[in-house]
Ligand binder design. Structure first.
Ligand code: ATP
Ligand code: MG
Length: 420
């Protein structure tokens, strides 16, 4: 992509309400634009990154035999009456009436819808086990939307739902999906931890959360220094972090220490909560059996912010290669009145594209300072500087964004550098 054809308008100032570095950088790099409190448009650059995250998630779920579907955002209230959650869920649930005065909600999660679908689609033991998932916007009327897309009202979630004939099989499915989650977060390249968690309004017997570690995280996590014990402190009787720190671990091994985390995933063993209330059963040897369910969420849009929260410096973002909008970024400097340099740059750009290397080419006629500043802000891991030396010696300076390490390469070495 060429800068002159793109829409990359960086902002110098950050909004006064932006507290988190990820929020500031996403606004400055023009990745997102607010339209109302907690409601955002994703502009081209943001969309590109969001889609990278989405695709990694999709690939790993598909590999784990999860089946992608698309469920409606608008959900009949009747179904929520059946599960009992129209009363339980609270004011985050935004409802409205259609022209025939029927009640609907904007979906904050999809347990009711998927249970209703499963009642129609799962008719015998042969249909089990099964895992359905979608990647779709959710709406939750959050009391205090903040931190940009980190806590939005409309946000992108991956939600998966599993169906098994008994508890043992549900446990197996749960642990398979937990492994898929590990693959997803490893592949994105995040520093994360898995902790026991509260099941909240989703319900069920057991749940675990995936947290990206960051000082700005809203959740406090406790870890034993001697065992695998790890828990969100909202599950402990003692809630005061100062008192928890150093406390003996509830599993009897070692003492607790604390870290801050951003919740990016949450997996639940629901058991028969929804199949019981909504009547999801299969017949086994002439007996109707309630199906065991699990549900599994990932905050897709929140991951973009969380990844930035973990990867930035004074000059901007340091994208992990896995979700960087581009693989490399050509910074063409002092090209005015240098037709040879212009044509070398154009040639390299086309060659990179031909080799399926995702390249951003800053072909704008701006002073070098501005161009370096924008490149550092966008955070693409490799910068290719093309200037007078390119025209004179056929060389390009390759700069690694993360540590500013420089390497001079011949023009004809570049493709191989990125192809490997
Ligand atoms: P939180 O405790 O942060 O409010 P939650 O426990 O209510 O989240 P879940 O119902 O577990 O959220 O939803 C699955 C995932 O969706 C979460 O792990 C989180 O990553 C993401 N998510 C939840 N609420 C939001 C939000 N308001 N904005 C962006 N992402 C969200
Ligand atoms: Mg949660």
């Amino acid at each position: 992509m060429k800068a002159s054809l793109y829409h990359f308008k960086t902002l110098r100032d950050t909004p006064s309400d932006a507290e988190l570095i990820s929020h500031k950088l996403m606004i400055r790099a023009n990745m997102i634009k607010p339209i109302a409190s907690g409601i955002y448009t994703w502009l081209p650059l943001g969309t590109l990154i969001l889609k990278k995250v989405e695709n990694i998630i999709r690939e790993e779920l598909n590999r784990g035999n999860c089946l992608e579907i698309i469920m409606p955002l608008v959900q009949p209230k009747d179904l929520w009456d059946q599960s009992g959650r129209s009363k339980e869920y609270g004011p985050e649930l935004l409802g409205f009436k259609d022209r025939n005065k029927r009640d609907f909600y904007l979906g904050p999660t999809h347990e009711e819808i998927i249970t209703e679908i499963a009642k129609k689609e799962i008719s015998s033991l042969k249909d089990l086990p099964k895992i359905f998932y979608q990647i779709k916007d959710k709406f939750r009327d959050e009391i205090r939307p903040r931190f940009g897309v980190m806590r939005a009202r409309e946000f992108l979630m991956k939600d998966a739902y599993s169906f098994d004939i008994d508890e043992t099989s549900m446990h197996e499915t749960y642990s398979n999906i937990k492994n898929v989650y590990k693959n997803i977060f490893d592949k994105i390249g995040l520093d994360y931890r898995i902790v026991s968690a509260d099941s909240g309004s989703i319900g069920g017997d057991k749940s675990e959360e995936f947290h990206v570690l960051a000082d700005s995280g809203e959740d406090t996590l406790a870890f034993s220094n001697k065992s695998d014990f790890a828990i969100n402190i909202e599950l402990l009787d003692e809630k005061d972090p100062k008192k928890i720190s150093g406390m003996p671990s509830p599993d009897g091994n070692g003492n607790l220490s604390l870290k801050k985390g951003i919740e990016v995933g949450h997996i639940f063993q629901l058991g028969t909560k929804y199949s019981k209330s909504m009547g999801l059963t299969v017949q086994v040897n002439n007996v109707l059996q309630e199906i065991f369910m699990g549900c599994y969420g990932i905050g897709v849009s929140r991951i973009v912010a969380a990844a930035i929260e973990q990867n930035f410096d004074d000059d901007g973002i340091l994208f992990p290669e896995s979700i960087s909008p581009f693989q490399c970024y050509i910074i063409l400097i002092n090209q005015r009145d240098n037709p040879q340099l212009n044509s070398e740059a154009e040639k390299l750009y086309l060659e990179l594209k031909k080799n399926d290397i995702e390249v951003f080419f800053d072909d704008r006629d701006l002073n070098p300072g501005v161009k370096f500043r924008d490149a550092n802000l966008m955070g693409v891991p490799y910068q290719l500087v093309m200037g007078e030396k390119t025209a004179d010696n056929q060389t390009v300076e390759l700069i690694k964004r993360i540590d500013q390490q420089k390497e001079v390469l011949k023009l004809n070495e570049i493709i191989n550098k990125f192809k490997s």
